[in-house]
Design a protein around this ligand. Structure first.
Ligand code: BGC
Length: 445
C-alpha cells in the first residue's frame, strides 16, 4: 500500500483552488467584473445557466475552509489572486478591500501552519482589459506587469512561492480559439496572438517576482497530456506530433529559451514567419525555480483531413471503451507517468511540482457521507505512478490535489464535482468525502 512517507520527508503535499471557482462575492467589496462574470451571463455558455456569482462563498468562509485544508493534513494551500478584485479595471486604481482580503487569506494560512502558493493568473481577466482586446492585445503585457508588481510588493514579505500563469494553453485555446471559455473569442489569429502575449507574460512575471521578492520560489504551471496516435500509421503518428506541439510544447519551449515548436508544426511556423519578432526568444524565457505540471488525461488522436489546421481529432475514451471520469476523461496512470517523463527530459528544468491532478465523479451525498471510491482509486493509481517517477531519480518535489471542494467548473458550471470535500451549493454546507478522509490517512502514513 502506497504511503506518503515513501515520497520522503521533504515532499510537499498540497491542495489547489482558484479564485473564480470558489470565492463568490463577484460583484461586491469593490471587485470589478472579470471575463467569467460577463461570459456566464451570455446565454448557452455555461451548462444550466450557472454563474460564479456566489460559487462556494469562500470570500466569507475562507477561515473555516483553510482550517479544513489543515484538517485534511495538507501543508500547502495553492490559491489564486483575482486580478479584478485587486485592480477592478485591470490597471490604475487599487481596491483596498480586495488587497485586505488576500492579506487575510494569507494570514489565515500562516496561522494554520500552511504554506501559501499563490497563482497570479488563473483565468479571471478583468473585463475592462478584455474590452481592449484581452490577451490578443499587446497592452495586456503592460497591465499584467502592473498587476504582478502590485502583488509582489504587497504580499512578497509573507508569500515566497509563486505560480505566474495557470495553464496558458488552457485559457488561450478554450477562450481565444474555440470560444467555449471566457472571453469566447474564436479563430487562429486571436489564438496565436493570445499565445504570444501569454508567453511574454509568463517570463515577465518571473522576472518581476525575482526582482521584487527576495528569496522567492518562482514557477508557472502547464497543462500536459500524453498524446498517443490511434494507430502506428504515418498519418496518425504525424497527427499526434502536431497535437503534441499544440498541447504540450507550445508554452514550455519558449519559457526554456527554445522558441516556439515551429519546425514540427507548419501552422505555427506560418505565424512566426508573419510576426518575425516572435522569434526573439529572449523575452519569452525565464529561469524558473520550478515547473508546475497539471495532468488529467491522455489524448488519443487520429488523422482527419476534414479538421482545419491540425487535420487530426481526438478519439474519446468512451468510444475506445476505456475507463473514464465523469468528464469523459480517460483514467490512465501510465500516461501520467509518460507525460511527466516527457517534460522531465527537457534540459534546464530544476524541479517539477505537480500543481494539479484529480478526477470528477458522479458523487452522491447520502446522509453525511460521500462514498467516492472511484476517486480514491484514481489517486492511488496516479500517486503510484508519481512514486515510480520519483524513485527513478526525477526531481519531483510536490503534489497538489485538485481540488479542495466541489466548485464552479468553468463551462460545466456546478455540474462537475472534483472536490475532496462535497459542497452543497444551496446551503454551502461542506462534507468531507471518503477521498478526503483517504488523503487524511494517507498523509499521516
Ligand atoms: C484548471 C482548473 C480546472 C481543472 C479541471 C485545470 O485545467 O486549472 O481550474 O478546474 O483543470 O477541469
Amino acid at each position: 500500500m502506497i504511503k506518503a512517507s515513501d515520497f520522503g520527508p521533504d515532499f510537499l503535499w498540497g491542495v489547489a483552488v482558484a479564485a473564480t471557482q470558489i470565492e463568490g462575492a463577484a460583484d461586491s467589496y469593490g471587485k470589478g467584473p472579470s471575463i467569467w462574470d460577463t461570459f456566464s451571463k451570455r446565454s448557452g455558455k455555461i451548462k444550466k445557466g450557472h454563474h460564479p456569482a456566489t460559487a462556494c462563498d469562500f470570500y466569507h468562509q475562507y477561515q473555516s475552509d483553510i482550517r479544513l485544508v489543515k484538517t485534511l493534513g495538507f501543508k500547502i494551500f495553492r490559491f489564486s489572486i483575482s486580478w479584478p478584485r485587486v485592480l477592478p479595471f485591470g490597471k490604475g486604481p487599487v481596491n483596498k478591500e480586495g488587497i485586505r482580503f488576500y492579506h487575510d487569506v494569507i494570514d489565515e494560512c500562516l496561522a494554520n501552519g500552511l504554506v501559501p502558493y499563490v497563482t497570479l493568473y488563473h483565468w479571471d481577466l478583468p473585463e475592462a482589459l478584455e474590452r481592449e482586446g484581452g490577451w490578443t492585445a499587446f497592452s495586456i503585457n503592460h497591465a499584467f506587469n502592473e498587476f504582478t508588481t502590485l502583488c509582489a510588493r504587497t504580499y512578497g514579505d509573507k508569500v515566497k512561492n509563486w505560480i505566474v500563469l495557470n495553464e496558458p494553453f488552457g485559457f488561450t485555446s478554450l477562450g481565444y480559439m474555440l470560444g467555449i471559455h471566457a472571453p469566447g473569442q474564436t479563430g487562429l489569429t486571436s489564438f496565436f496572438s493570445a499565445v504570444h502575449h501569454a508567453a511574454i507574460a509568463q517570463a515577465d512575471g518571473g522576472r518581476i517576482l525575482r526582482s521584487e521578492v527576495p528569496g522567492a520560489n518562482i514557477g508557472t504551471s502547464f497543462s500536459c497530456s500524453e498524446v498517443v496516435p490511434y494507430t502506428q500509421s504515418e498519418a496518425d503518428v504525424m497527427a499526434a506530433s502536431r497535437f503534441d506541439c499544440l498541447m504540450n510544447r507550445l508554452f514550455i519551449e519558449p519559457a526554456l529559451g527554445m522558441g516556439y515548436p515551429e519546425t514540427d508544426w507548419d501552422v505555427m511556423e506560418k505565424f512566426t514567419i508573419q510576426h518575425s519578432t516572435w522569434r526573439h526568444t529572449g523575452r519569452l524565457s525565464f529561469d524558473f525555480d520550478f515547473i508546475g505540471l497539471q495532468n488529467y488525461f491522455p489524448i488519443t488522436v487520429k488523422y482527419n483531413p476534414f479538421v482545419p489546421i491540425l487535420q487530426a481529432w481526438e478519439v474519446k475514451a468512451k468510444s475506445r471503451k476505456k475507463p473514464h471520469t465523469a468528464m469523459g476523461w480517460e483514467i490512465n496512470a501510465d500516461s501520467f507517468y509518460n507525460i511527466i517523463k516527457q517534460f522531465a527530459a527537457y534540459p534546464n528544468i530544476k524541479n517539477i511540482m505537480i500543481t494539479e491532478n484529480g478526477a470528477a465523479c458522479h458523487d452522491k451525498l447520502t446522509g453525511n457521507c460521500v462514498q467516492d471510491t472511484e476517486r480514491i482509486e484514481y489517486f492511488r493509481l496516479y500517486l503510484g505512478a508519481l512514486l515510480k517517477i520519483k524513485q527513478e531519480g526525477i526531481n519531483v518535489t510536490g503534489y497538489m490535489a485538485w481540488t479542495l471542494m466541489d466548485n464552479f467548473e468553468w463551462a460545466e458550471g456546478f455540474n462537475a464535482r472534483f472536490g475532496l470535500v462535497y459542497n452543497d451549493f444551496k446551503t454551502q454546507q461542506r462534507t468531507i468525502k471518503d477521498s478526503g478522509y483517504w488523503f487524511q490517512e494517507f498523509l499521516k502514513s
